[in-house]
Design a protein around this ligand. Structure first.
Ligand SMILES: *Cc1c(COP(=O)(O)O)cnc(C)c1O
Length: 465
């Protein structure tokens, strides 16, 4: 029996963690020297660590704890389902009630004719499924040459080999390589890459890179385009309003499938059930995970249009699936999460209360001397840190130096706000109240002030030449 408990001293927990727990996306040697922060419990938007700090979690874990921590209904649902049927598969012509009920619920919530769900255990797995699905789709249609998938630089679609290949993060490609048949185009990041161009013209230009890439590869060789409605891990990059309509037009023109990765933007994050509604898009496939279960259980999936399901379904066996596809406990918990969201009007709370309240305060952060732009869609937001707003300048220091210093100030002020390079990002639980938004803004402002003073003192408020 393990004698490690919540009462074990922090230093001992950190020692054991360093000795045996290899963390994802972490510099192991760096963390081992410092010791990981130990989180013990959560309630609503708040976390408590082993030192007794009460931390406002403005990231909802990893963009996922949408209904907040500590909901007993979800724990009770899991316990009930584990006693009834803890596991059964959905491979060999069998099914079970939680998978049926969740698939039917998702078909009801998803827009248009997105009526069929293929379950996975995570967002990465779901995107791996999507690679196979779209290639299989074209095989069954008698066009097996159509297998290239076009994605964006600085997109994020998970970190399995397939998901990491779809993503456009060179650091991920560098560790273990990238599968073939995936091409990348530029991201719609006006603030960072738009130069002298007008924002809308830039959005159009970046969308038209899709058409150029299709023509370069040959339209008869392209299977699909994949993108996040709003790039999350890339820095909460909100595309100019001209971008998505043009992408949709180009996909239609060349008959290319559109995969919208809604792992973050799904389930209320943008003020609608799906960002496809917020951006008025008709994707052929939507990737889901994270908020689907509010992170209480690992579950993901692909929601397919009638057309995709019919075509792939008419080709005989689709040779793909996971032991835990539609796992009954995960499915039951996800279903209960969606019930709570509907009964408590969580999406309406985002749209009518939390977003408007936060939007006004978030926009004002752009007046801070360290902040260049402040973006917010629903409850996902970002601010760009800059030494010179007029020029939208980057810092002379290595990218991420200022972001990391600012994040450390947030941590010290008991606020979890993440940095991506020199952008700061938030994605709080959707149930955040106006009072908690006030605390978020107050702590963020204090952290920015402290970071600004520290940068000045250390001579780092210098623009790149
Ligand atoms: C987190 C994320 C994924 C990967 O999901 P995992 O559950 O971590 O595998 C995929 N796409 C997007 C947009 C994400 O944010």
């Amino acid at each position: 029996m393990s004698s490690i408990t919540n009462n074990t001293p922090t230093a001992e927990l950190q020692r054991l963690d360093a000795a045996h727990h290899f963390h994802p996306f972490t510099d192991k040697a760096g963390l081992d020297r410092k010791g990981a922060r130990v989180i013990l419990r959560g309630e609503g938007c708040w976390l408590t660590d082993s030192e007794g700090h009460r931390i406002l979690d403005a990231m909802a874990g990893l963009w996922c704890v949408n209904i907040g921590y500590g909901r007993k209904e979800l724990a009770e649902t899991a316990a009930r389902q584990m006693q009834e049927l803890p596991y059964y598969n959905t491979f060999f012509q069998t099914t079970h009630v939680p998978a049926i009920a969740l698939a039917a619920k998702l078909a009801e919530l998803a827009p248009g004719d997105l009526n069929h769900v293929f379950f996975a255990g995570s967002g990465s797995e779901a995107n791996d499924t999507n690679i196979r699905l779209v290639r299989r789709y074209w095989q069954v249609k008698g066009q097996p040459e159509r297998r290239t998938i076009i994605a964006r630089w600085n997109g994020y679609h998970g970190s399995t080999l397939g998901g990491g290949s779809l993503g456009g993060m060179k650091g991920i490609h560098a560790h273990g390589g990238k599968i073939d048949g995936i091409e990348h185009i530029g991201q719609p990041y006006w603030w960072g890459e738009g130069g002298e161009m007008d924002e809308d013209a830039f959005g159009l230009m970046r969308a038209q890179e899709l058409e150029a890439k299709i023509l370069e590869i040959g339209a008869d060789k392209v299977a699909a385009f994949i993108g996040e409605a709003v790039q999350g891990a890339g820095g909460v990059i909100v595309p100019p309003k001209t971008y998505w309509p043009e992408i949709q037009r180009i996909c239609r023109k060349y008959g290319i499938l559109l995969i919208l990765d809604e792992v973050i933007t799904g389930f209320g994050r943008t003020g609608n059930w799906f960002a496809a509604q917020t951006f008025d898009l008709q994707p052929d496939i939507i990737t889901i995970a994270k908020g689907l279960s509010s992170g209480y259980q690992p579950i993901g999936g692909s929601i397919l249009s009638d057309d995709v399901a019919e075509v792939v379904g008419s080709g005989g066996e689709f040779a793909h699936g996971y032991t835990y596809s539609g796992h009954p406990v995960a499915a039951a918990v996800a279903l209960e999460n969606l019930r709570i969201m509907q009964d408590e009007g969580v999406v309406e709370h985002v749209r009518d209360t939390a977003h408007p309240y936060l939007a006004e305060r978030w926009a004002r952060l752009a007046d801070h001397p360290l902040v260049g732009e402040a973006k917010l869609v629903g409850l996902m937001g970002s601010i760009a840190l800059t030494p010179d707003k007029a020029r939208r300048a980057k810092f002379a220091s290595d990218e991420g130096t200022v972001g990391l210093r600012t994040r450390e100030r947030c941590f010290a002020n008991d606020l979890i706000m993440r940095h991506v390079g020199d952008r700061m990002i938030i994605s709080p639980p959707l149930v955040i109240t106006p009072e908690e938004i006030d605390i978020l803004i107050e702590r963020a402002t204090r952290s920015l002030d402290e970071s600004h003073a520290g940068l000045k003192a250390d001579g780092l408020l210098v623009a790149k030449a």
